[in-house]
Ligand binder design. Sequence first.
Ligand code: C2O
Ligand code: CU
Length: 465
Amino acid sequence: MTQSRREFLRGSGAAALLGAAGGIGVPALAGGDEIITLHARPGAARLAPPDYPETRIWGYDGMVPGPTIRVTQGQRVRRRFVNALPQPTTVHWHGIRIENAMDGAPELTQSPVPPGADFVYDFAPPDAGTYWYHSHHRSFEQMARGLYGALVIDEPIGPEVDGDEVLLLDDWRLTNEAQIHESFGALHDWSHAGRVGNWITVNGEGAWSRESRRHERLRLRLANAANARIFSLALEHMEGWVVARDGQPLPAPVEAESLVLSPGERTDLIVDFVAGDGEEAFLVSREREDSYALAAFPLRGTLRQSRLPSPAPLPANPVPALGDLATARRATLRMEGGAMGGLRQAMLGGRMMELRDLVEQGRVWAFNGLAEMPEEPLFAAGLGETVRLTMVNATAWPHSMHLHGHHFRVIGSDGAPGPLRDTLLMDRDEEAEIAFVADNPGDWLLHCHVPEHSVAGMKTWFRVA
Ligand code: C2O
Ligand code: CU
């Protein structure tokens, strides 16, 4: 199998260089302070092949991805976050059922950390699993520049595997000089599929690979850190099971065939390499007729003579069971707008506005007729109350809907709740009903994870008190 050629966007030339790398004061730490720091700052990364220059990025600790943050379930995560970017920013810990004040949601839980300032993030993740962290301010620019990293919470006793790899998938929009294309506010992206890139990386590499052995068993933690690309994935010369989605274990492992990973989503796999010694196994991305290797596992030697038996399910996390669905609080979210969406008008700044005026304000989507964060919550739930939320995608585009602070279950057509999720891909014209226990007090976001969509109107919030 060969990797198809991936071409850089032509035209538009090299982007303006980031002039802001220097000159920002970083506060000194007090002596004896043992909190690990996490700096958001400009850096450079070798995203493209060696015959291209390095790419100037913004990254946590100047890297793409940022450092993997890893603790065992029950331990705290503490970081003194220092903003050495030329813009304010926040850090969001995606999928963690976190204390509200640590959620990094600028509109709701904290003001953005100004350049040169710091903020201490300190929380105890209740659940084991695969999570990630990313910028939650101007994310349409800041995530596209590389501000994300993996957050892994290990089970006290994990599954039996020979290795454990995090694979952070991203796509970049690069110029033909391999620099980040500065088209962040492009209305076409905002009103269509979002900022889809032209260069794909895994863990910041264009050709990620790991030497492996026949019948070796790995846990692969996949996360989609791209702004907008929806990955369709397949396995070649490896076979395995999906054991968790969005950090939360499936009650029983499900054989992995083709997988869809929308922005923000994670999937944990347990895979065995079944190719012969000297062959290669691949994680493959499929796009129309094209398919290409995202990650390669060249097999060197044999670890054991036959495959291991199917894995046991991962231990469940302490997520509360749903209450009675018949008496649950109900709410509805209707998603409208975007190109070919037929949106005529929506509320903005307390006024009903015609589409043309909305577009001028960069608002092209609406939730329940509002093209901005509402002043009132979408719903207010009592602490511990079960909520049923119907979401209607009345647009011509798929959206990756993400709920903060909680995991939910999709109610199937038979009325049965599915596995726990924190992010849900909704196709055009699709309707879905989710249910969750509102057990985490505070004000929480619900938004499309494509930042070009959320900044242009696809964002709301709910209250748990
Ligand atoms: Cu991963 Cu509100 O975001
Ligand atoms: Cu969207």
